[in-house]
Structure formats: C-alpha cells, structure tokens
Design a binder for this molecule. Structure first.
Ligand code: PDD
Length: 283
C-alpha cells in the first residue's frame, strides 16, 4: 500500500514524491537526518532527536526548514495519515538545490522530507535471540557526531556483516571499538561494569544511548565511558547495542567469540525492558 509522505511543504503519495537531481543531498550527501521510533502511535524520545537535528544543522550551517512545533505536527500527521502504530519516522533535511558546485551560498532554501516505516519494534526477534556482529575498520570521516546522510561506510559495513552471515558490524579504529554501523556499542565486563565509548567526534551521540545511560545510573549499575578494545569485548560477559530503530539489542557473538552464554544477558534484557517502559511513559 502506498504511503503518504511529506516533501517540502506537501503531503503526497510516495510514488508522486520527488526531489531535484540538483539537490545537494543527492550530489554531495550534504544533509542530515533523524529517525524517531513510534510505539502505540507515539513518538519516542522525539525531543532529543529534534535537539540533535538542530545541532547537526548548526554544525553544517544548513538553514532550519521548520520549527520543532511544525516538525512535530508533520510527524503526527504522517502517523495518522498512514495509521502507523509501530515503526519509525525518517526525517531528512538537505542544504537544498543549486547547480553542482562544491561551494554553496549562505542563503539556500533547505529541502525537508519525512516518511514513515512500519516495523516491529517491541517484539523484534533479535531482542530475544540476540545478534551477532563482525568487526570492521572504521573508515568514516572525522565528524561522526553529526548525523549526516553520508552513510556509505556504514552501509558497506552492514552489508559485509550480512554477507559474512552476521547481523551487524562494529567499527574499530586505532584498536578501539567506535560504534555499530547504526547503533552505539556497549559491553559488560566481568565486574558487572558497563563500558561504552565516551562522547566525542568519533561517534554519534545516540539519543537512545543517553536515555539508557540515565537508566544505568538509576539502576545503580557501574558505568565507564571510555574506549574499549575488541579483546575486552570478546571477554565481556554481555554486549549490546542501542538505537532508535532497535532500542536495546543484545549482542551474543562478536567475530568468532561467543559472548557470555551466547544468549541475551540479564543487563541487556533489563535495560531494554525499562527503556521501552520509561520512553513510552514520557512520550
Ligand atoms: N542510526 N550510531 C550510529 C552510527 C547511528 O547511525 C545511530 C542511529 C546510532 C544510535 O543513535 P540513536 O539512539 O539516536 O538512534 C548510533 C539510525 C537509527 C539510522 O541510521 O537508522
């Protein structure tokens, strides 16, 4: 069934939606995006996603296409028009359209596109089976804190993982895990301490990561925000990944190493459960 999508001020059927071939998002990956999950027709952690959108736009000097209130109204319209109960809303803003030139003018009119994707979020099978990941070199640019649509390195990493019979890739730089192809990476060490990379330009500042870390604190679980090596990950009692489209997914295998008992561990299972509960309660 055809979805209703939003393109630059209009709600249209997906087959009628179009963007110029001169859009800088198409020519230069000159754009940013956000994915907000939807459960029971409600937007989860949308305040955080919109705040990060503002930050990404500001870092690249892309003009704001709409106020937060206007964006929320579009998101809600799309949820209603598409009868979306569970899944996600994708939002993309590009610098806009101009004849191809590396340089750009300061007063371009940004393009904005939003669409819904129905998806089983709460009862995703990966939550009960856990996922396997392979490690790959992190070949991305150095501003991974900006959520740009320049996702080719992550896309290749993910496909490499699938081709190898795994579910996802964890990227490694200078011997340390940065993050997953589209999620933040965590391990639990033998002392029960959660370790996840600290924020910086090397990783995306995950909205789900932030929400989960506040739960880690309220649950009284020890936390270290620092880089960790693959060897530490292989020796971990648990591992997991967080993102808006997966919430918390246990990682049960990294390369050839089975993590813990090879099944989702108690910390990941608990954090997933309370993340969904608390995110829904504030939605
Ligand atoms: N990806 N790291 C990377 C590289 C990501 O692409 C994402 C999200 C995250 C997690 O961020 P958040 O918790 O705010 O979703 C971390 C989205 C879901 C995507 O590209 O579809």
């Amino acid at each position: 069934m055809s979805r209703t999508v939003y393109v630059n001020g209009k709600y249209v059927a997906e087959e009628d939606a179009s963007i110029s071939i001169f859009d800088r998002g198409f020519l230069f990956a000159d754009g940013v995006y956000e994915v907000t999950s939807v459960v029971e027709g409600k937007l989860l952690d949308n305040v955080g996603h919109l705040a990060r959108l503002r930050r990404s736009l500001a870092e690249l000097g892309i003009a704001s296409p709409a106020t937060d209130e206007e964006i929320v109204e579009i998101q809600k319209q799309l949820i209603v028009r598409n009868g979306l109960q569970e899944g996600g809303i994708y939002l993309q803003v590009t610098r806009g359209t101009a004849d191809r030139d590396f340089a750009f003018s300061a007063n371009m009119q940004p393009s904005m596109v939003l669409f819904t994707q129905a998806r089983n979020q709460r009862n995703a099978p990966q939550a009960t089976t856990g996922i396997s990941v392979i490690s790959v070199p992190d070949i991305r640019w150095r501003r991974r804190d900006i959520k740009t649509v320049g996702l080719l390195a992550q896309s290749l990493a993910k496909q490499q993982a699938l081709d190898a019979g795994a579910n996802d890739a964890w990227m490694v730089e200078d011997g340390f895990v940065t993050e997953g192809s589209s999620n933040n990476a965590f391990i639990v060490d033998t002392h029960g301490t959660i370790v996840t990379r600290h924020l910086g330009n090397e990783i995306l500042h995950g909205i789900t990561r932030a929400a989960v870390l506040s739960l880690v604190e309220s649950e009284g679980i020890k936390l270290e925000e620092r880089p960790f090596t693959l060897e530490e990950a292989y020796a971990a009692t648990e591992a997991f990944a967080t993102s808006a489209s997966t919430f918390v997914w246990p990682v049960v295998k990294i390369d050839d190493h089975v993590i813990g008992d090879g099944v989702p561990g108690p910390v990941a299972v608990k954090l997933r459960e309370i993340y969904i509960e608390t995110a829904l309660a504030r939605a």
